[in-house]
Design a protein around this ligand. Structure first.
Ligand code: EPU
Length: 417
């Protein structure tokens, strides 16, 4: 297990290239299961979650080859229709195999994911939608077993605009007989990217990015050949890093239209954004100002940026109120930030952050992916040398952070425990 040692206080400067989006790459790679043959996905980030999805595909009988940001997947010989507990436990996105397996082979068995560090995270809406499409669902020894002769189009209303739920159902509906309407669908850019990937395979999908998605099922899809969108959360994390280090960073290759809410909040916090030929230049103020945020489904402020924004607010001038409305337990980073001297109190889903002038170093423990990103943001501005343990969480979602940060002048070392 590795740890990161960060000596804070440097003003980060330079440019950084944003990688492909993890949360778009995972469903799009799995969409290859909807067709038979060789598919390729480019701009795939080099992350632990991508290796896990490759293992899952190989377990099902597919060939998976990943090199130089490109995944090549051969789905001609799928012989197993199950996502086992060991893989779902390490990566919840494994539940995204249900839709494609059920639609193409009429059967899928997937371990029911348990709760995780950020909340209970049930998949009842995924299953409800599949049942509406005619699937028979049973629960047996912790596994969901879904069967269907051929799925049929249905009118499905999602009580919550679930991201992976929308993705699972959109994939299933692409090969169903007839038309599916997904109402109150998630609008996240990753959902739109998956829809575009499916359309490139021959799927008939309208309205992705809006709250009603219409899918006219087809009999067959072509193999996939697609390039992933840039990771908006990685880009937002580097913007926060510019903010907390009074830095001057050019963020290259991101899609700014996916970051409206975070950028507006970062401007409120005193950051300056300037369009330059290489990308977006982000300049941090001498000290950030307090700004309130409430996480919401897209286009609202993303829950995946909440922890990093809180780290920034911990040294802001004034008090900010941060409300988490998507997950019930996504404040695990608070205890760690407090160990650095941050003045944060939590009541229910609301954190009150009274900005202090300077954070101090401390030994810290990463608890989940975005919490670890927030600890890095905080450590970069802290006095002294901060050690962050359990950085394997970070490696699930940030490509080569220990190279990108020193590229901006940060004093970061990765050390074996
Ligand atoms: N929910 C239900 N029932 C369901 C599905 C969801 O009650 O059947 C609830 C969840 O418990 C949660 C809320 O609905 O309270 C929203 O969850 P959603 O299903 O939208 O989240 P997800 O699809 O499991 C994806 C991302 C997360 C990101 C969320 C919200 C992937 C692989 N994961 O999760 O990413 O936080 O959407 O935007 O796309 C991360 O990258 O760090 C991460 C956790």
């Amino acid at each position: 297990m590795d740890k990161l040692i960060i000596r804070g206080g440097r003003r980060l400067k330079g440019d950084v290239e944003i990688s492909g989006a993890k949360n778009a790459a995972l469903p799009i790679i799995l969409a290859s299961l909807l067709s038979s043959g060789f598919g390729t996905v480019s701009r795939v980030p080099d992350l632990r979650d991508i290796l896990t999805i490759g293992q899952l595909l190989e377990y099902l009988g597919a060939e998976f080859h990943y090199e130089d940001k490109k995944a090549v997947i051969n789905t001609e010989r799928i012989g197993i229709f199950e996502a086992p507990y060991e893989l779902v436990r390490t990566m919840r996105a494994s539940v995204l195999v249900i839709g494609p397996l059920l639609a193409r082979f009429g059967k899928a068995k997937v371990s029911l994911p348990g709760g995780c560090a950020i909340g209970a995270r049930p998949i009842n809406l995924h299953l409800m939608g599949l049942e509406k499409m005619g699937a028979k669902i049973e629960l047996e020894s912790g596994y969901v077993i879904a069967k269907a002769k051929r799925l049929k189009g249905a009118l499905i209303y999602l009580d919550i605009p679930t991201v992976t739920g929308t993705e699972n159902l959109m994939m299933a509906a692409s090969l169903a007989k007839g038309r599916t309407l997904l109402e109150n669908a998630a609008k996240e850019p990753e959902v739109v990217d998956l829809a575009n990937a499916l359309i490139s395979m021959g799927a008939k999908i309208k309205g992705a990015g809006e709250s009603v998605i219409e899918i006219e099922g087809v009999d067959e899809l072509r193999p996939l050949n697609y390039s992933i969108i840039p990771d908006r959360i990685e880009a937002g994390t580097f913007m926060t890093i510019a903010g907390i280090t009074a830095g001057d960073i050019i963020i290259k290759g991101c899609r700014l239209e996916h970051l409206d809410a975070p950028i507006i909040k970062l401007i409120e916090a005193g950051l300056v954004f300037e369009n330059v030929s290489e990308g977006m230049r982000v300049i941090g103020p001498p000290r950030p100002k307090a700004a309130d945020v409430k996480t919401m489904p897209y286009p609202g402020f993303p829950t995946d940026m909440q922890a990093q924004f809180m780290a920034l607010m911990s040294i802001a001038e004034g008090t900010s109120i941060i409300k988490e409305t998507i997950f019930e337990n996504r404040f695990m980073h608070v205890a760690e930030l407090r160990r650095m001297g941050a003045d944060i109190t939590v009541e229910g889903c609301t954190a009150t952050v009274k900005g202090i002038r300077r954070l101090r170093c401390a030994p810290l423990m990463a608890t989940d992916l975005r919490a670890s990103a927030s600890l890095i943001v905080a450590a970069l501005a802290a006095e002294g040398e901060t050690t962050i343990h359990r950085i394997y969480h970070l490696e699930r979602g940030y490509e080569k952070m220990e190279e990108k940060l020193p590229g901006l002048g940060a004093d970061v070392r990765r050390v074996r425990e």
